[in-house]
Design a protein around this ligand. Structure first.
Ligand code: MSP
Length: 644
């Protein structure tokens, strides 16, 4: 937030298929961040767009009986329409088939070729059609693609290569000396792990037209087109005037946040920085990789038919509720689960019950007791202890939200705002304005309702970047326009005498149809025993309290050399970092553990296992040869939480 300007980008999406929840998520996240920075008064630029070249698009076009350009033109509209529907406020939308992009890509290529950063060579190796990438024999896993596991084809081909390998040492040093460059930090470790254990190859940046014609022609050889990633990554700078509009480019570059999903980490933290280095262009401040949305616990995939369609969710529950759920439910960096039940649960509790209900109560009581005219209140409105406590909680939400934006922990910020909302509901229960009114305490009723409305005003401002439509309606009811930064910390912004509108029910409750209970066969029912329960190895309450259980986040995981069953984990327990050895290597791969929140015994005496120090014990549930980690249900704002 200390930055003068804020430039946020999303990946540009392939136009081979219609958008799904993953695309919607990254774009909503960028939008929310852009809105918050605008609210904080920072000049902001937000870019999204579509990646229109390459094999995936060509194949989709072939399948649909279209030319590639027709395929692009038809599909891009679906993205643009969805962004409109989702209230996305991007400043630009770039398509890589646009002339403004293509000419710059060609200029970059020519420049790199002239400076011998790109060279021609014969390539012999393995090619993965799905990933559109080449691999050396030694990088294959069981003879298959190391990225997606699919079959690879042997290939001999003349191509053009970017001298990426020469930047390997420089990149390692850059990442190590710029901890903000790749976020969250465990993703930086992932890239570093790769760079330190593998020899970086030069990057093949061309495709012979004979094999794939859909791409940007190489300016120095018309028989080739540009590899889609080399073309696509450049969108982040072609869109803001690189080589054309120096003033605009200087204003926005380097980007503050380049948001990506974890699936495209290598391209953004290896290809992209080395390309920029070769071009003598500074690197973006932060590439931030978020986790994946899963359906329940399963990866979303077309073949499984479990891909969530954002349009359908929006039609059913409204744009704002959808945006709210995605931001509230995902801890940035980690995977999150999307189920309609979880959606409805959160919607009903946070939005319908707490926020919506508070708004209805406040507006109704202002109608009943103040004739829908905002009351005049004296300077002493915040003198009472409950008033002071409430306003402090609201101000705390402002602080927490600002912190949350800085640390990319938006769900934590939303939790603080919802805490303030609940505090207002509690405040009503303490003050009971209905009783105050009955007793004729007109001034007190005024203070109570004014305080609730002012609290709602600030909460609505903090929620506006996530739910612009509903929060605008809420603010309009109090005679307010768009939220302003300098009003977040001021009390008494709603003017006395303002006619209070009624926005109606902001978030109507969603009734869930009861799941029919299956009749249980009488025979199978065990009679409830009236005997006292026999417990083996009884321990006392104090014994339990002596065991300190804490949640911890797995930052890194690797196998312990020479021990098939052991994994070495680097974990974060609150502020503290620890190392832990766990015997779970037969059940979990290191990659499955990174980012997970686990439960550990935190006060176990440290011990050496196979010569490696272990500071704590991880908890698992195990039956037969099955083993599952104990994790927490949902997300907490930080690790190190007490488990009790
Ligand atoms: N065209 C490339 C990106 C080029 S950027 C220079 C691409 N496109 S994509 O259409 O496949 O979209 C990838 C992005 O969509 C991911 O990085 C992520 O931002 C988002 N998601 C796709 N599926 C996702 C989930 N299931 N969950 C969360 N986001 C994921 O790759």
């Amino acid at each position: 937030m200390a930055d003068k300007n804020y430039y946020v980008t999303t990946p540009i999406y392939y136009v081979n298929d219609k958008p799904h929840i993953g695309h919607a998520y990254t774009t909503i996240l960028a939008d929310v961040l852009a809105n918050y920075h605008r609210l904080l008064g920072t000049p902001t630029y937000f870019l999204t767009g579509t990646d229109e070249h390459g094999q995936k698009v060509q194949q989709a076009a072939d399948k649909n009986g279209l030319t590639p350009q027709q395929q692009c033109d038809q599909t891009v509209v679906r993205f643009q329409e969805l962004w409109k529907r989702l209230e996305i406020t991007n400043d630009d939308f770039i398509r890589t088939t646009e002339e403004r992009h293509k000419v710059i890509v060609q200029e970059v290529l020519q420049d790199l070729y002239d400076r011998d950063e790109i060279y021609r060579a014969e390539y012999e190796g393995w090619y993965c059609v799905g990933c559109e990438r080449f691999f050396a024999e030694k990088d294959l896993v069981d003879g298959n693609c190391p990225e997606c596991g699919r079959k690879v084809d042997a290939i001999v081909e003349t191509n053009y290569f970017f001298r990426m390998s020469k930047y390997q040492d420089w990149l390692i040093e850059y990442i190590e000396t710029h901890p903000e460059f790749i976020q969250p930090d465990f993703r930086a470790n992932e890239t570093l792990g790769f760079l330190k254990t593998k020899t970086l190859q030069d990057l093949c940046i061309s495709r012979p037209k004979a094999r794939l014609a859909w791409g940007i022609e190489l300016p120095f050889d018309k028989d080739f087109v540009t590899y889609v990633w080399f073309d696509a990554l450049l969108n982040y700078i072609t869109a803001i005037g690189y080589k054309r509009d120096d003033e605009k480019f200087e204003k926005w570059w380097p980007a503050t946040h380049q948001l990506i999903g974890k699936d495209i980490l290598t391209t953004h933290t290896v290809y992209w920085p080395t390309m920029l280095k070769a071009m003598n262009v500074p690197l973006p401040k932060t590439v931030f990789a978020h986790g994946w949305w899963l359906t329940g616990r399963t990866k979303m995939s077309k073949s499984l038919g479990n891909v969530v369609n954002p349009m359908e969710m929006v039609d059913r529950y409204g744009v704002d509720a959808f945006r709210y759920f995605l931001i509230a439910e995902m801890t940035l960096g980690q995977d999150a689960s999307f189920t309609e039940e979880a959606f409805i649960r959160r919607y009903n509790s946070d939005l319908a019950n707490d926020l919506g209900n508070l708004m209805s109560r406040t507006v109704n009581m202002l109608g009943r007791y103040c004739d829908s005219i905002f009351p005049t209140i004296g300077k002493n409105a915040l003198d009472g202890a409950p008033e002071k406590e409430l306003w402090d909680t609201v101000q705390q939400a402002v602080i927490e939200m600002e912190k949350a934006i800085d640390t990319m922990c938006l769900n934590g910020g939303l939790t603080a705002v919802l805490t303030a909302v609940r505090k207002v509901n509690q405040y009503f229960e303490i003050k009971q304005p209905w009783t105050q009114a009955k007793e004729g305490k007109t001034e007190e009723v005024g203070i109570t309702l004014a305080l609730a409305a002012e609290s709602l005003r600030v909460c609505a401002a903090l929620l506006y970047p996530v739910m612009p439509e509903k929060m605008s309606a809420l603010r309009t009811a109090f005679g307010l326009g768009k939220p302003e930064l300098n009003q977040l910390r001021t009390f008494g912004v709603i003017k006395a005498g303002t006619p209070i509108g009624n926005p109606g029910i902001l978030f109507p409750r969603v009734e869930v149809e009861k799941v029919e209970e299956k009749p249980v066969s009488k025979k199978k029912e065990k009679p409830v025993s009236t005997e006292p329960v026999k417990i083996e190895g009884v321990i006392t309450y104090d014994d339990v309290m002596n065991v300190k259980l804490r949640t911890a986040k797995v930052l890194e995981a690797e196998k312990v050399e020479g021990a098939d069953k052991l994994l070495k984990l680097q974990i974060e327990v609150g502020e503290e970092k620890r190392q832990l050895i766990a015997g779970i290597a037969l059940h979990y791969t290191p990659e499955q553990l990174i980012g997970k929140t686990i439960v550990i015994v935190a006060n176990l005496k440290p011990a050496k296992i196979r010569g490696v120090e272990s500071q704590g014990m991880l908890l698992c549930a195990s039956i037969g040869d099955q083993l599952k980690l104990i994790t927490v249900d949902g997300e907490l704002p930080a690790s190190g939480a007490v488990v009790k």
